[in-house]
Design a protein around this ligand. Structure first.
Ligand SMILES: [Zn+2]
Length: 260
């Protein structure tokens, strides 16, 4: 089975003790590409180093998400200028993750986050890159912002809405990516959403080291565990895991130009 993990954070501290072994397990699990996501400029540089060591298996994306924007503070505009240079210099296959997160009060205000997102959607269009979107407790605003950029497409990563929000993003032309969350007992809404996504808009991811799928829930997640999510989503949809693997790999290849 060939799979693509479209979203992981292989630079996370939690992999510092065994990163090489963890990466070896990715290929052994049948995952042919994994996209490691750089959040902020420093992390993006770290991603570039890891990707350079595994050029056949790994690709990267980079963006200024609400958390890195918070940490950048006054330096946000300078980081944005650096991102503009870094995207082509590191061979990023997407801009992201970027988005809106209304969960934490300390993050920049909604209007500021939206302005930062607009700027990066415009940047992605200039570079001809797809976008990886982080959307937390903000679906109505996110759909409104994305609708203002009809020339930009990509994926709603870690999709956690129900079928109505899924349909809204699909109508805007976006892909939806599911991770370990869809396997959790309390995720009935997300499971319903995973059933309505057409074959040609479905993606899988892990968001490693976070969100390990059942039966590893609560443990550190790594890309090799994505086989559990694939099997679960296939079961939900009444399809064979091979079918879900084939479609999601084809979709990832076409969205991110992975050369598969
Ligand atoms: Zn992420």
């Amino acid at each position: 089975m060939n799979l693509v993990d479209t979203h992981c954070h292989l630079t996370a501290d939690r992999f510092d003790t065994d990163r090489d072994d963890m990466i070896a397990r990715i290929g052994a699990a049948g995952i042919v590409r994994a996209i490691t996501i750089g959040t902020g400029i420093a992390d993006a540089r770290a991603c570039a180093t890891v990707v350079a060591q595994h050029p056949n298996l790994l690709r990267m994306a980079a963006g200024l998400d609400p958390f890195s924007a918070y940490h950048a503070g006054e330096a946000f505009d300078a980081e944005l200028a650096e991102l503009d240079v870094l995207l082509p210099a590191t061979g990023c296959v997407a801009l992201g993750e970027v988005g809106l997160d209304y969960h934490y009060d300390y993050l920049p205000a909604a209007a500021v986050q939206q302005a930062q997102l607009h700027a990066q959607l415009a940047m992605a269009q200039r570079h001809g890159l797809p976008v990886v979107i982080h959307a937390r407790e903000c679906h109505a605003d996110m759909q409104r912002v994305l609708a203002e950029h009809p020339g930009v497409g990509g994926v709603i990563h870690s999709f956690t809405g129900g079928p109505a929000d899924a349909e809204a993003y699909l109508a805007l032309g976006w892909y939806l990516a599911f991770n370990g969350i869809v396997t959790y007992k309390n995720a009935a809404d997300v499971q319903e959403a995973a059933k309505v996504v057409p074959n040609d808009r479905l993606l899988l991811e892990t968001d490693s080291p976070y969100l390990a799928p059942t039966p590893k829930r609560g443990k550190r997640c790594e890309p090799a565990l994505m086989t559990h999510t694939c099997a679960f989503v296939a079961d939900l949809r009444g399809e064979a895991p091979e079918h879900v693997a084939a479609w999601t790999t084809r979709n990832a290849n076409s969205l991110f130009s992975l050369g598969l």
